[in-house]
Structure formats: structure tokens, C-alpha cells
Design a protein. Structure first.
Length: 194
């Protein structure tokens, strides 16, 4: 009888809405009301309802009625490696400096399926070379000077330039709020050919 190591099979997607200047939060690290649109909220909620696991930093949380039902990994340096979160049901605390991502998924009981990365900036950066799709929503009429950039390298580069530099290409965008010009574009990795 041979033992076979099971390799997790994940589809990694990310979701964020940014201002025209590439920011996801204001200078207090809070998502302002000006960046909240019903069409984007509906798109985001539907995506998270389909996901098998949510990953975010300690300041990020979707705060929706279904949130307590979702398995999640919270990225933090407050634990040595992995731990159950005593304050959030179905949550695993993960310190990426001391445990691989696959170990965090295993601790959360997720071994395949779709993983939704929802921020913040350090968490988005961490998965930059692993995304299958990065869903970038943009509110072109909102500016957040001094706010928190979506990725390191912004505002020197646009979010689109950062995604492109990591091998992601834009797909067909969708209009989420015509009155405010809010769109979402799927940035996808080009399949490698042999």
C-alpha cells in the first residue's frame, strides 16, 4: 500500500473596489461611504457566497449577514503560526512568517475550491503571483488623497500597471453602477504553454 500526498487544488480570486487614485481606504484605514456602491456590494456578496474560504487581514472584514457562516483565514502576526480565532466562529488565525498558506487552509478544513482574497494591501501583495483572477472594481469619480493604496507600488503605478507587471491581463469588464461609472474588470493569469 502506497501513501500519496494530496496536493490542494485551489482557485485563488481577489475582490476589491478602489478609487480613481488606486486607494481602498481613507487615511484612517477605513473604507469611506464614498467608495460604497450597491452594484459593487451585490457583486462582492455573490462572489463571497460562492467561495469556499475567505482570506483577509485583521482590519478587513466584509461585515455582511452571511459573514459568520463563512470559513475564513485572518492574516495576523499576533499568533506564532496557526490558531483558532476565539472571537470569530469558523476563523483561523494565520501568521504567514511561520506557516505556509496550505497549512492554514488545512487548519481551516479547506482542501480544494475557490479562495477569495479580500484585503488589505499586504494580503493582496502576498498572493500577487498566485491569483487566477483579480476582480478590480473602480470608482472613477472618487479620489482619496492620502488614503491607503490597494497595493505596494501605488500611487507610483496604477493598480492596473501593478497587476500587469505580475502577468495578469484584463478581461471583459462589467458595469456595476452606470450612474457613477463603477466597473469591475477581471484580471486573469495567462495560461502557461509547454
Amino acid at each position: 500500500m502506497s501513501c500519496r500526498t494530496v496536493v490542494p487544488v485551489f482557485r485563488i480570486e481577489a475582490y476589491v473596489i478602489v478609487s480613481a487614485d488606486g486607494r481602498l481606504a481613507d487615511e484612517r484605514h477605513v473604507m469611506p461611504e464614498a467608495l460604497k456602491f450597491e452594484g459593487d456590494k451585490e457583486f462582492f456578496t455573490a462572489a463571497l457566497d460562492r467561495a469556499d474560504l475567505i482570506v483577509h487581514g485583521r482590519r478587513s472584514h466584509e461585515g455582511q449577514p452571511n459573514s459568520p457562516q463563512r470559513k475564513r483565514i485572518v492574516v495576523t502576526r499576533k499568533v506564532a503560526d496557526l490558531a483558532d480565532d476565539p472571537s470569530i466562529p469558523k476563523a483561523t488565525l494565520w501568521n504567514p512568517a511561520n506557516a505556509p498558506f496550505e497549512a492554514a487552509c488545512d487548519h481551516a478544513g479547506v482542501h480544494e475550491g475557490t479562495i477569495a482574497i479580500i484585503g488589505g494591501p499586504d494580503v493582496f501583495d502576498m498572493f500577487m503571483d498566485r491569483y487566477d483572477t483579480f476582480w478590480l472594481s473602480q470608482a472613477p469619480n472618487v479620489n482619496l488623497p492620502g488614503g491607503e493604496p490597494v497595493f505596494s507600488g501605488v500611487p507610483e503605478k496604477t493598480p492596473q500597471e501593478v497587476l500587469s507587471s505580475h502577468g495578469l491581463k484584463p478581461g471583459q469588464g462589467l458595469v456595476l453602477d452606470a450612474a457613477n461609472g463603477v466597473t469591475v474588470t477581471p484580471w486573469q493569469r495567462t495560461p502557461q504553454t509547454s
